[in-house]
Design a protein around this ligand. Sequence first.
Ligand code: ADP
Ligand code: GLC
Length: 486
Amino acid sequence: MEVLSVASEVYPLIKTGGLADVAGALPGALAGSGVSMRTLMPGYPAVLGKMKNGREVARFDDLFGVTGRLIAGRAEGLDLIVLDAPALYDRPGNPYMGPEGWDWPDNWKRFAALSWVATELGLGLVEGYRPQVIHAHDWQAGLVPAYVKFGPSATLKTVMTVHNMAFQGTFGAEIFGQLRLPAHAFSVEGVEYYGGVGYLKAGVECADVVTTVSPTYAVEIRTPASGMGLDGLLNNRSATVFGVLNGIDMEAWNPATDTALKQNYTANTIQYRQVNKRALQEAFGLEQSTGPLFAVVSRLTWQKGIDLLAANIDLIVAEGGQLAVLGSGEADLENAIRAAAMRHPGKVGLVTGYNEALSHLVQGGADVMMMPSRFEPCGLTQLYALRYGCIPLVSRVGGLNDTVIDSNVAALQAQVSTGVQFAPPEQGALADAIRRMLNLYADEKSWKKMQRRGMKSDVSWATSAARYAQLYAALTGTTLNDNSDS
Ligand code: ADP
Ligand code: GLC
């Protein structure tokens, strides 16, 4: 079975967040399941630079008013089809914004083109390649299900995965005429959304199956508080909305072999983490203390509850803890953490910017990974933390609820806990959770046991990749030849 995955970022080619990790790992995770997955992505400069042996498989003279071509080939272990359209993608900045931090005004066109090309591939544009399913990720690929629904194919199927309801790709009605959709697609059954055009709305409305990245988020987004306008629509089609938990790439994130660590270790040599802790303290300008080292690796945004964290930094320090923050984002949040670092020299450190290697060292050296998110569709950082013996402290929302076992009385007695959860995502509840964490840290023996349990918990793709394979198979009426070992 051939599935074409469409994503605007794919690790390790280009990444701003968890979407890239998922889009980069899923094709490999499906190996052996009978599903072969190729990935279509935009030809950003960083991506084209990696397509050394690619070959041109299609050309477009009029791709929404610009020229473009498709380059197929392998890079970083992935089977890729890259849309090389310099007028759309040859720009500085990240996939969505210019260097000044503003969304590109023609994002509607950049990602309509991506989705349109995906659909053409599904319709047989390239000889010898005909995917039966297109798997569209997030709003950037949200028009794929609409192009398929309003297009000529009766057999091509679509899966729409929502990684984050907060980003919907909504634009004014004036763009509709340029989308190459028939007039009746501007309707409730199509792309129309509160009088404008909604890309994610279109995907959620038109796809054969909608998935999101954790079972809890799949329930949350069907409520007005978390559905962000799409809850009604999701409720209407609830039988075809599924929560499929993200996994992680167990090779890229393996403390036994990770070259970004100062010292490798396993569940049986957890004490070696001390070496990483010292390196981490150095990297963040912290004193070489043995107190609990709390850490954050995150986009610094309201979603991630960074303001709740900022309001609790004095508490962490007063209790003898340290804090290392790696992230960048909203200026006021960055400033709040920078101010705390000035107030508490040697105890609080901030490194801004994006640093993949340092993010690994944080996981391998910190004691506690904090994710006080207001909402979290899945979250990968807590999964990396579990794998690295860094204890997650998380709010009880979305995928955080599904992946971390809270150290409540019953779980402690049964010796099954892997972290601390708190609710609601508010400053006081976070303060209580920090105090609970400090108590746990004080008991060295049970702390180590909790680390080991986390390291042994299954955060791999095994179960979820099989679930996706099942969904594709059900959609196309295919019986999969499962060759995997599991
Ligand atoms: P989201 O996708 O909402 O940002 P996730 O937890 O799913 O949240 O994924 C975040 C990913 O981005 C993880 O791989 C995390 O390690 C990485 N990350 C976030 N901020 C940084 C940073 N400043 N430097 C390096 N990696 C980062
Ligand atoms: C989004 C979500 C995050 C999720 C990631 C990958 O960025 O915010 O929770 O883990 O997508 O699915």
